[in-house]
Write a protein that binds this ligand. Structure first.
Ligand code: PNS
Length: 160
């Protein structure tokens, strides 16, 4: 049996925290689909196409990882791709309310789907894409928070 997991999110942009969870997921999933949400309600810094390209470049050497976009329900995307695991990161207690609601709703929609919550490495616990955008936007150093390729893309996007 091939265990396929989906790691959904906005990835605007992908951070060292996301990379950490991708690596951890591969210890129990045979294949991981990093799924970039097309219809996220947030106003993104990077377009979906840019986010996918950055993720693909970053993950090109990961044989068991694919990058895709998805539109509509995550549960449908998982079912259509033969996935039975959803990966989500839990950084703080404050993440729990929203994440548990989402996990229960996804199970309601697709009962064979299990959500697996992963805790990132402790030095990445405070990290989020929105903080990276804010710090980079205000001229701060994000070199410890994102891969150099993402740092470069942020600098270009922000006109630095
Ligand atoms: O980057 P985020 O904000 O953590 O990603 C949230 C995302 C895109 C994973 C979530 O909003 C989602 O799954 N959207 C797809 C629509 C859907 O299935 N909604 C019902 C989930 S309960």
């Amino acid at each position: 049996m091939t265990r396929i997991a989906v790691y959904p999110g906005s990835f605007d942009p992908v951070t060292r925290g996301h990379e950490d969870l991708i690596r951890r997921s591969l210890s129990f999933a045979d294949k991981l689909i990093v799924a970039v949400a097309v219809n996220s309600s947030k106003a993104p810094l990077f377009s979906v196409e840019e986010r996918v390209k950055l993720l693909m470049e970053l993950l090109e050497e990961q044989e068991y990882v694919e990058v895709r976009t998805f539109d509509g329900l995550l549960a449908d995307f998982a079912r259509d791709n033969g996935a039975t695991i959803i990966i989500r990161g839990l950084r703080a207690v404050s993440d729990f309310d929203y994440e548990s609601q989402m996990a229960l709703m996804n199970r309601q929609l697709f009962p064979e789907l299990e959500t697996v919550f992963l805790v990132p490495a402790v030095h990445l616990t405070y990290l989020s894409s929105s903080l990276v955008r804010e710090v980079a936007g205000l001229g701060g150093d994000v070199s410890d928070l994102v891969h150099p390729s993402i740092e470069k893309a942020l600098a270009t996007k922000l006109g630095r």
